[in-house]
Design a protein around this ligand. Structure first.
Ligand code: GRF
Length: 191
């Protein structure tokens, strides 16, 4: 059976990328063909190498036009022929050029129950707002900041008195489990 070819884009630690690579390694429906980071030193690139997945670094040059930068990302990805782009902590907003190239084939995970708390610090903003429940959202990516169509959400309660660090770590562990589960369901329908 032909597998869905996934490229992961990530900027940081890559715990979600790692859980997706581990899931895909045993999957009949999907494979991770490469991991691309805009941060040369991101831990996610080490994780990719440790999982025998090609690790690509494409950083944005100072004053480089966004379209050129995205063209370089697309050129790096091209040889791996990804069908889908999976964002896992990728900290740049994608522009029209990239979105058009992978039209409706880009998904992201965001650490809040969207549309609540979009932006760079979902857990931080939710915690500061004293919410009693939080969660994460997997959604399609459009030109806005975390505004694309929602695919799935996972809620969890806050534990009264827990620290921000514990809350965030708990949330991240839930994300790591949830993301592969949702991808499995999403791709099952298309292979
Ligand atoms: C996660 O909380 C994800 O929801 C957000 O960025 C964080 C990435 O964590 N978009 P990691 O790099 O996957 O560990």
């Amino acid at each position: 059976m032909t597998k869905v070819r996934i490229a992961i884009l990530a900027s940081g630690s890559g715990s979600n990328a790692e859980s997706i690579m581990k899931w895909a390694a045993d999957s009949d429906i999907a494979e991770v063909v490469c991991v691309l980071s805009d941060k040369r030193k991101a831990l996610v690139l080490e994780r990719a190498k440790n999982n025998n997945v090609p690790a690509l670094a494409v950083s944005k040059k100072k004053n480089e036009d966004k379209t050129y930068f995205e063209q370089r990302m697309i050129a790096s990805l091209e040889g791996y022929r990804p069908d889908w782009i999976v964002l896992a902590g990728f900290m740049k907003l994608l522009g029209p050029h990239f979105l058009k190239t992978y039209d409706k084939k880009i998904v992201n995970i965001h650490p809040s129950l969207l549309p609540l708390f979009p932006g760079v610090d979902g857990y931080g903003d939710a915690f500061k707002a004293n919410v009693t429940e939080s969660g994460c959202t997997i959604h399609y990516v459009d030109a806005g900041m975390d505004t694309g169509e929602i695919i799935a959400q996972k809620k969890f309660d806050l534990v009264p008195g827990e620290s921000f660090e514990d809350f965030k770590a708990r949330g991240l562990a839930i994300e790591n489990k949830f993301y592969p589960e949702v991808l499995e369901k999403l791709f099952k329908d298309i292979v």
